[in-house]
Design a protein around this ligand. Sequence first.
Ligand SMILES: [Fe+2]
Length: 340
Amino acid sequence: MSNRAEPFFSMEKEDIVGNSQNPDTHIYRLKENGLAVRHMLIDSGKVQEPQHILLLSDTHLSTWNLRDFEEKNPCVLECIDKRRSTFRREDALENTERIMSYAHLFDKVIVAGDVIDYLTWGAVDYIQRFIYDKAPDAMVLLGSHDVTRVMGHTLPDPTTLASREDIIRTVVKTDIYYHSEILAEKILLIGLGNGQSKYNVSQAERLKADIKRAKEENLDILIFQHEPICTHNPEEKEIKALYTSSTGSWYVTDTLNFCDYAKRIGGAESDEATMQVYQLITENADVVKAVFCGHWHNTAFTEIHGSFMENGVKKDAVIPQYVGNAAAYDKGHITIITVK
Ligand SMILES: [Fe+2]
């Protein structure tokens, strides 16, 4: 362990699900404040010092400010008027503060979408205050909530998706559709915007170039995005959550089809560009070492049935896909990724 993260790892903990013998299915909580933690190890064998990444998603921060009342968007006014309360609990804010109080101990902070509950100028300020003020170089990815104002109510939004994305770009520092950066010289962190359940041609081109680079420079790729993708793993047609929140109610379901649900990325209804990115991820399992996402608001571990080419021969390989719980739930949920 690097000394920097030591204060986090030395805190007292208790198991919630499983045990440390099997990290893929292990969740513990910090005794001090109840924060739920998964700790994944990526054994690259390529970095000199262990690197520790703090991953959270689905913080669903929500508020409004004077600019929202000046703008008078009918959807925002309706949400305020009807007191949309699904995630507008104090604990969503408290959980984010609790999690981000550890940000300085980690080599990278990544927020994998649904950072805010619905788009307001107040929520945009919250992204700065609760995320970037604590981790100025955080990688922030978007889910569907970050660019919508129609949330739980009925009035249509007169604005375009492109105009709402431009509002988010006033605070999010990295490209909202594609961002890649190197960690410790050998790990390529790639953030993909897939909050609309699809990818685009530009993402495919950039991912293709990064995969080429990874193969040439002997890099390992970790993919971060909001929505999980199909695993095409026949044993995952009815995935049970490892952990379902006691305080959250959204998306609580007995099982979910991660294998080949038609509307999921990589499923039968995916368009051409989406399938192109899907195949780039799943057919380069020699360099794509793991996929991390949120969205489901339940904790899950899945295994993508992927492949790669070696000397002209296609070889099967599994890519682990880690689905994180909502940071807004319970006392907060995070995933720690240690790259060795
Ligand atoms: Fe969410």
